[in-house]
Design a protein around this ligand. Structure first.
Ligand code: ADP
Ligand code: LRH
Length: 473
């Protein structure tokens, strides 16, 4: 690769710095650096260790100084909704509080007493999740108003990391839509909503679109790393980057499968009809004026927690393998129940749910894992029925992307429960989508359509169809 970019993709469970560029018409990726990410407890809140995440990015950049060719640009994406506030001296006023923190308990209900839900939905197109930035800000206003009074700058997590790299403050559009404060039609901050919440409108920064060159590395960082490069905005919301790289796009339902399972379709306008509101679908802003019509399903967070609760004795692959040995009798669990958002112990929470609903209680690790996978597949099936209801048509294919696409058991369960063709891959969809924005900005790729056909030729995608034995509709 002569010309290449660095894609920094930080999910709720891990981060990576990937070098990527075109080689003979195909996308080539080299993993430069990988690191873990997890929620920590700090000042009585669940937080992200933002300082250490930034240091991991720097480590990744520094590793490139050993390469003959240096990257021409870098782009950062992370999970949505979380943010920090800066004071008048650009110093942190808040920790990077994580969206699973209980500070927003009950707040969404209070805010939706001020605003009719229908109105908020019509203006923003965004789903109602208790952890959206709007409710985190409302919680802060109620619990620590003095902090908000001092706040001069609102930056989402990737915006803040970009600020540390460049010194430039901006709010990237795709991630800003997850605040529920961006108007879906003007694609800008909704001043009326912000004012009515009593928030300081001035702290919100200019909304910038993906593909914008934000700046260069700060002089001292360029010196420390041994080279300079452009800092470019990809879709800084990880799901926005992930969906850009879905190889099967026409009439296909995607499942971006990681900590969350994001299931939906692409669209060119927001759908804010009553049914979409009732089913709680969102319309997140995408690159090039696309919208992702999707729903959040609790996702592999559940298995991440199960793994952690077993003291990391088993790998994800082990849990999948053990789950294969389970033959029937799996309890029906609503994985989207709020109790699974941040329970003390995921294994016990699943078991309690089964006891309370008078079902067989899973005990062995394989039984617990199977309970998670089967019920995730069931939740996907429901969400697909809702999508088909809204679009009044049947979809025939599903493309699973992200780390979870490596779970062949889950892929097969999806094919079996939905009776649709399931394509799995690419695994590093988010990092690839991040690269796509940078390569389009560079003029190496012309547009999203070309990028998708390149992705199709460059990465392995496995196909799963309904198995013929032991199936019930
Ligand atoms: P995020 O970006 O939200 O941190 P990823 O896209 O990295 O998430 O996906 C992480 C998930 O991928 C894990 O929770 C795990 O369930 C799944 N996973 C990772 N490796 C494997 C594997 N070898 N087999 C099955 N599943 C895996
Ligand atoms: C997935 C994701 C998702 C958001 C959630 C907070 O990583 O960005 O799109 O809803 O995290």
């Amino acid at each position: 690769m002569k010309t290449y970019c660095l894609s920094v993709d930080i999910g709720a469970s891990s981060g990576r710095v990937i070098a990527g560029g075109l080689e003979n018409g195909k996308l080539e990726l080299v993993e430069v650096h990988r690191f873990g990410n997890q929620i920590i407890e700090k000042n009585n809140h669940f937080c992200w260790d933002i300082e250490s995440l930034f240091q991991e990015i720097i480590k990744g950049i520094k590793k490139c100084s050993a390469f003959d060719e240096k990257p021409v640009s870098i782009g950062i994406d992370t999970w949505g909704v979380d943010f920090v506030l800066l004071d008048g001296n650009d110093q942190l006023l808040t920790d990077a509080i994580a969206y699973r923190d209980p500070r927003t308990d009950g707040i969404m209900e209070e805010v939706t007493e001020i605003f009719m839900k229908e109105r908020l939905y019509l203006e923003t197109g965004i789903q109602f999740q208790k952890f959206n930035s709007i409710y985190q800000l409302a919680a802060l206003k109620k619990q620590n108003p003095e902090v908000l009074e001092k706040a001069k700058t609102f930056l989402m997590i990737p915006d803040y990391l970009n600020f540390l790299l460049t010194g430039v403050k901006a709010n990237e559009y795709t991630n800003a839509t997850t605040t529920q404060l961006i108007n879906a039609f003007t694609r800008n901050w909704d001043k009326e909503i912000i004012d009515r919440l009593g928030l300081n409108f001035e702290m919100f920064q200019e909304v910038m679109m993906p593909k914008t060159v934000l700046g260069n590395l700060k002089e001292e960082l360029a010196e420390e790393c041994g080279f300079d490069m452009n800092v470019v905005l990809p879709a800084t919301h990880d799901t926005g980057s992930a969906v850009l790289s879905v190889p099967q796009s026409e009439d296909t339902i995607y499942i971006s499968s990681g900590t969350w399972s994001l299931i939906g379709v692409e669209n060119y306008f927001p759908i804010c009809v009553t049914k979409a509101l009732d089913y709680n679908f969102t319309n997140e802003g995408g690159m090039d004026y696309q919208f992702r019509f999707l729903k959040n399903i609790m996702g592999l967070w559940m298995i991440q927690e199960v793994k952690r609760n077993y003291g990391n004795r088993y790998s994800f692959a082990d849990l999948v393998e053990m789950s294969k040995g389970v033959n029937g009798g799996t309890a029906i669990v609503n994985v989207d129940d709020e109790r699974f958002l941040k329970p003390e112990n995921m294994i016990e929470e699943i078991q309690k749910y089964c006891m309370e609903t008078n079902q067989q209680v899973p005990v062995e690790p394989g039984e617990i894992a199977n309970c998670v996978f089967e019920n995730l597949a069931a939740s996907y099936k429901n969400a697909i029925a809702e999508i088909e209801d809204i679009f009044e048509k049947e979809f025939h294919t599903i493309n699973v992307i992200g780390g979870g696409s490596q779970n062949e058991l889950l892929n097969q369960l999806i094919a079996d429960t939905t009776n649709k063709e399931v394509f799995a891959g690419p695994v590093e969809a988010t990092a690839i989508g991040n690269l796509i924005a940078q390569l389009i900005a560079l003029g190496e790729i012309s547009d999203i359509a070309e990028a998708r056909s390149i992705v199709k030729q460059s990465f392995e995608v496995k196909k799963f169809t309904r198995s013929t034995v032991n199936l019930q509709d």
